[in-house]
Structure formats: C-alpha cells, structure tokens
Design a protein around this ligand. Structure first.
Ligand code: SF4
Length: 458
C-alpha cells in the first residue's frame, strides 16, 4: 500500500544529490592524485598480505549506443579491438601484482561495462584466466557480470556459467516497445525471456534483472505491465535505477525527447509503483533502489544490519580493498580512491608505457572515514546507531557529528527519520528520501562542492 506523499513534499526533497557508492563522492576528489599516490596505496596493500580483495573489470565494448546510456561505453566493429584491450588489461594486472604480489585472495569479482558479453568465448575465457593466474579467487567468491540479452543466448549463458561465473545481471530496462524506441534500444521480449531462461537452466546462483524508471515514453500503465512480467520471472534480485538525464555529462542524451519523460512527482510515482509491486510479491526493498527475494543473502544481510555498499553496488561479502582494471575503473585501496583514465586512448597509452593509468583519486582523512562509515550505514542499513563510531573513532556519532546533525530536525519533523537516545532510523516514508538524509552528513556538499553535477534524488 503506497505511503501517501504529496507532490509538494516530493518537490521539496527532489534535489541534486549523490548516490553514495563512495564517500567522498567523485566530484569532491579535487586534490592532486595520480600514479604516484596509487603506487603508495598498492605498496601499503602489499604490506597487508592477509587482506581480502574485490576486483572490478571494465569492459567498455557495445554493439550499438543506447541514447539513455550513463556508462562509459564504446561502440566498435573492429574485431581485434577487444584483443588489444585485453592485452593491456593483462599488462595492467601485471603492473599491480608486480607491487602487491600474485595469489592475493579475492572474495568478489564483477565485470561491468559496456557489455561484457560482447566478448567472444575465447576472449571471455582469456579475460577470466588473466585474473585466475594473478589472483586466488576463493571458493565461494561472488563472480558476476552484466550482460545484454540482445547479444546473448542460452548457449552463451551456459558457457559463462561453465567458466565459473555464479551471478549474472540482465539489462532489461523496460519491455514496452515505445520506450525502447525512445531510448534507442530495441530489445525483443522473446529474446530476453529466452536468455533469462538460459541463465536459469545454466544454474547460476543468482539471476538479476536491471530496470530503469523515468525513461521517455514510460507511463504508470506501461511500467506496471513490465513490473508484472518481471515479477512473473522471479529473478533473485532486481535493480530499478532512476534514469539520470544529464546531457551535460552524457551528450548522447541530447537526442532524448524529454517531452515524453515523466519528471518530479510523476516520476516518483513510477518508483512508488515499483516498490509496491516488488514488496507485494514478497521481495525485500534493499537500500535505495534494489529488491531481493526474501531468501536472498542481500535480504538476510539487511535483516542483520550487515549490508555493505561499494562502487559495484550493494554487497554481502565486503572486502576491505577493491582493485579496478580497464578504462574508467574506480578502485578503493588502503583508504584511497583511484580512478583509471576514462579515455580509451589515454588509458591505453599509459598502460602501454608501463604507467598506472590513474587520472584522479582521493586519500581519505579521518573525517572522510568517519563520514563514510556513517553515510554508507544509512544508505545500506537505514539507521545510524550512535555507538557505530565508538570502536573506530572513540566517541558516539551524535558527539562526533553534532554539527551535521544540527540539520536533522526539519527532516525529523517531515517524518523522514526518527531519533532517540540510541540513534537515528529512517522511517518508512524516509525510505524514499534516504539520500537526502545521508546528504546532511556530507561535509563536501555543505561546502558547496560537487552539487551541480549530480542527478536529482527522485
Ligand atoms: S546502455 Fe548498456 S548496451 Fe547500451 S550503450 Fe550503454 S553500456 Fe552499452
């Protein structure tokens, strides 16, 4: 049953704001940070040989560009472009393991893009073997990738599973042809269903589906149909992302007809519809925009207040460090964030010349680490027990963050959060505005840095 929330209320809280896959967020990384700083982080990691790792590989290739795309994607028909890219990934892995050593334990690996299943079978096997040779991917590790069903097949799904992938995410966005046309991504329902069934038959532990709300041409009626069909498939997890229309960052989005887009309150209602549909079908609402079957480990982690969040999304197997490979990949090593060059030529040149291809990054100070702990706990576990910070920072959060918490009373008065002697909790109404609550803890937003480039919170 939808919680009544008025258009005025939505308008009040529909502000530009981060999604907090990291804190500080990328726009706040303004200090000089490059190869030298990343090398120091890797050397520290080398001194902590027992620490487990997560790995991310960015595979940017796509068959065709979708207008709404917010990813770092490259359209290519050159058959050897992928091989050249993998040559460089091999070299990049070699540079990193040259510092941290080979055989480090890995508990999570994810391939994103782009379209990882754009790779041919020998390329997929080669890419996986690059990591298997350099790292020790532990039994029980989560090994996942994103696929585009349009270029997938049941045979490919079976092959990916045989290689060792145990989780797979299918990009669907919306089944409605009118919407698909408006975003330049025609994707037949039949093909998607065939690939989905292929993933199920292959025996993946987790088969996930990605949707997007707020796309041009979507209506409450059409999206209700898509949601109903997705629920009928019973995926283990669903991510329903808000379409971020940011043509100043993604110029291809200029071609989108914004007159067909639901915005503000109407867009918010699409998301409310999504929440109501999945929760009525006994899915747990995870974080801001994910849904998981009740028996899924993400749901158990939420129950136990043990959910984590990193650049790859919500996680149950947190590793203290994440190494990223490929153009634009963002890693998190020994309290430093480091981003690879998002430009293919620049990334390629750096790696070919034997340089770590870092363009920006950030070394977290104590205040950053404190606020990261607090913000990610709110984003994941929907609460901030004051005691959360005691062990690591020596005092309760309400003392350490008294300045930021001074901005909380209006949000409490509006029913987004409750506060007592033990801490802060997000209310059912506040679930829709978690980012707004987290934002009061963000020291960089309050300094006015970064805000203009974020999408809106609804
Ligand atoms: S939406 Fe996916 S398939 Fe489309 S261009 Fe972006 S990364 Fe490629």
């Amino acid at each position: 049953m939808a919680i009544p929330i008025s258009p005025e209320f939505v308008e009040k809280y529909n502000q530009p704001g981060p999604r907090y896959t990291s804190y500080p967020t990328v726009p706040a990384w303004t200090e000089p940070f490059g190869e030298t700083e990343y090398r120091i982080a890797l050397e520290e990691l080398a001194d902590r040989p027992g620490d487990e790792l997560a790995l991310y590989l960015h595979l940017p290739f796509c068959a065709k560009h979708c207008l709404y795309c917010g990813c770092n994607a490259l359209v290519t028909r050159e058959t050897d472009a992928v091989d050249r890219y993998l040559d460089l990934v091999e070299k990049e892995i070699g540079m990193v393991t040259g510092i941290i050593g080979t055989g480090r334990h890995v508990v999570q690996m994810h391939w994103g893009g782009g379209t990882p299943n754009y790779l041919k079978e020998p390329q997929l096997e080669r890419a996986l073997n690059l990591f298997r040779t350099a790292f020790d991917i532990r039994p029980g590790a989560e090994v996942s990738l994103e696929i585009d069903p349009r270029i997938g097949s049941p045979e490919q799904a079976a092959y990916l599973h045989s290689l060792g992938f145990n989780r797979i995410s299918l990009g669907v966005q919306d089944f409605e042809p009118r919407v698909q046309e408006a975003i330049g991504r025609m994707q037949s329902r039949e093909k998607t269903l065939r690939v989905y069934q292929g993933c199920r038959d292959a025996g993946f532990e987790g088969v996930n589906i990605d949707l997007v709300y707020g796309l041009p041409g979507q209506t409450a009626e059409s999206f209700t149909e898509t949601l109903g069909e997705i629920i009928g498939l019973a995926p283990d997890r669903v991510a329903c992302f808000s379409y971020a229309h940011v043509p100043w960052v993604r110029p291809e989005q200029e071609k989108i007809d914004t007159s067909q887009m639901l915005v503000g309150y109407e867009k918010f209602k699409l998301f409310q519809l999504t929440v109501d549909s999945f929760t009525a079908a006994d899915y747990c609402w995870i974080g801001i925009d994910h849904f998981a079957k009740r028996e899924d480990e993400l749901s158990h982690a939420l129950d136990q207040r043990a959910l984590h969040r990193n650049f790859m999304g919500y996680a149950t197997k947190p590793a203290p460090h994440m190494l990223a490979f490929g153009m634009s990949g963002i890693g998190d090593v020994c309290d430093r964030f480091a981003q690879n060059d998002p430009d293919l030529q620049n990334w390629s040149r750096a790696v070919a010349e034997g340089r770590l291809p870092i363009v920006k990054g950030h070394r977290l100070n104590d205040d950053d680490r404190l606020r990261r702990l607090v913000i990610l706990n709110i984003m994941c576990n929907l609460e901030l027990p004051w005691s959360l910070t005691e062990k690591e920072f020596g005092a309760p959060a309400n003392e350490l963050l008294a300045d930021s918490l001074a901005a909380l009373p209006p949000l409490v008065a509006d029913g987004l959060a409750e506060v007592d002697d033990h801490g802060l909790r997000i209310t059912p109404k506040g679930r829709y505005f978690v980012r707004n609550v987290a934002m009061i803890m963000d020291a960089y937003l309050s300094k006015g840095k970064g805000r203009p480039i974020f999408s809106k919170t609804v």
